[in-house]
Ligand binder design. Structure first.
Ligand SMILES: Nc1ncnc2c1ncn2[C@@H]1O[C@H](COP(=O)(O)OP(=O)(O)OP(=O)(O)O)[C@@H](O)[C@H]1O
Length: 366
């Protein structure tokens, strides 16, 4: 394959299940429906979404493990979705490492090169280089069972990169690791990606992982792309309610639209007066998304313009901040993560900046 491609083009990549590939019978379910994007060489792309949204299907289609039902995949002008996996030559890293237990680390890493008929001396040099990159050279003669989970995952990464693939595909590679190792390996993966300068496609259901690793994030739901954007774009400006929910906009209030233009919308409900940003054209009611950490608790007796009055139900202490579970006057649960004190039973007022109040059509509430 061409290690020097400029663009990986996913052209309406579609995969249906429930019947033979390449048919369009109605009973089939599109696990992946029209994935369309260009990925530039060197980009780190995260496919993000809840379980069953089609992330692994997308990765497997690109790897060549699943035939497409529709669309095409191109490396520059070369169509590759008709090629078997070994001819695409992509590196793959899976959740379960898939190492050979009876082979040493070095032999595991060198196996792909051996299969390709690479001369022994070259295998040795390249295995050493790959193990240096994942910082495991001193463990090269151990068996996988003698390594920690994080080390085994690094062997799997070394095995993927040793073939110098144009594209590295990773499917939830950190989900078997404990929280601390996951954080460490996250930094490792980003460092390795930077040092190699290759293109990485990374599947995860973990927002933090996607936000911290990726140059661009593809948010998916029910087989369809919901938004493609940089981490700040997806985090700060979710394009619809489903993305907002998935990106941690835990609060959703259904409010009356009092006035609106393209830039701002005035919203009201019992004990609530807010100005926010309309993300789409709104009708009479809006679903308003706000992150818990965007609120602050107002001083006693104050009544600032962008605020909500609500009763405290419970408080979880998180050190510097607390998570306040509130109940609005129309009985909606409100999560507020803020500094300050308030006790269950008290009625308090919480304020939020207008540009952190995102209003979507209430019709999007499923
Ligand atoms: N071989 C198959 N036959 C039938 N349906 C399938 C098959 N593989 C996947 N699906 C369905 O396609 C949809 C997408 O599955 P996929 O594994 O791509 O999701 P995912 O986002 O990777 O989920 P997870 O995070 O749980 O792995 C799901 O509804 C799944 O049940």
């Amino acid at each position: 394959m061409k290690p020097d491609f400029k663009t990986l083009r996913l052209d309406r990549v579609t995969r249906r299940f429930g019947g033979p590939a390449k048919t369009t019978d109605a009973p089939q379910i599109a696990a992946l429906d029209g994935l369309q994007m260009d990925i530039a060489r060197g980009e780190f792309i995260a496919l993000l979404g809840p379980s069953g949204c089609g992330k692994s299907t997308a990765l497997n289609c690109i790897a060549g493990l699943l035939p497409l039902s529709d669309g095409g995949i191109y490396l520059d002008d070369h169509r590759i979705d008709t090629l078997p996996p070994e001819q695409r030559g992509f590196g793959m890293v899976f959740q379960n490492y898939a190492l050979f237990p009876h082979m040493t680390v070095a032999r595991n890493v060198g196996f792909g090169l051996l299969m390709r008929g690479t001369p022994a001396a070259e295998i040795q040099t390249r295995v050493k280089r790959a193990l240096d990159l994942v910082q495991l050279a001193q463990h090269m003669n151990k068996l996988p069972g003698q390594l920690s989970g994080g080390q085994q995952q690094r062997v799997a990464i070394a095995r993927a990169i040793v073939i110098e693939p144009p594209l590295i595909l990773m499917d939830e590679p950190l989900s078997n690791l404990d929280a601390k190792l996951r954080l460490e390996m996250r930094s490792e993966i980003r460092r390795i990606h930077g040092e190699l300068g290759r293109t990485t496609l990374y599947v995860t259901h973990d927002q933090d992982e996607a936000l911290s690793l990726a140059d661009r994030i593809v948010v998916m739901k029910d087989g369809k792309v919901q938004q493609i954007g940089t981490p700040p774009e997806v985090y700060g400006q979710p394009s619809n309610l489903a993305v907002a929910r998935f990106m941690g906009y835990r609060n959703e209030l259904i409010l009356d639209v009092v006035a609106q233009d393209g830039q701002a919308v005035s919203l009201a409900g019992p004990g609530i007066n807010l100005v926010g940003i309309p993300k789409m054209r709104l009708n009479a009611r809006a679903a308003v998304s706000i992150r818990p950490e965007e609120f602050s608790i107002c001083a006693d007796g104050s009544n600032p313009s962008n605020s909500i009055s609500a009763r405290v139900e419970s408080v979880e202490y998180y050190g510097r901040e607390s998570l306040f579970m509130l109940r609005t006057q129309d009985n909606t649960r409100l999560y507020v993560r803020a500094e300050g004190k308030a006790s269950p039973g008290e009625t308090i007022r919480v304020a939020v900046a207008a540009d952190r109040v995102l209003a979507y059509p209430s019709e999007q509430v499923a």
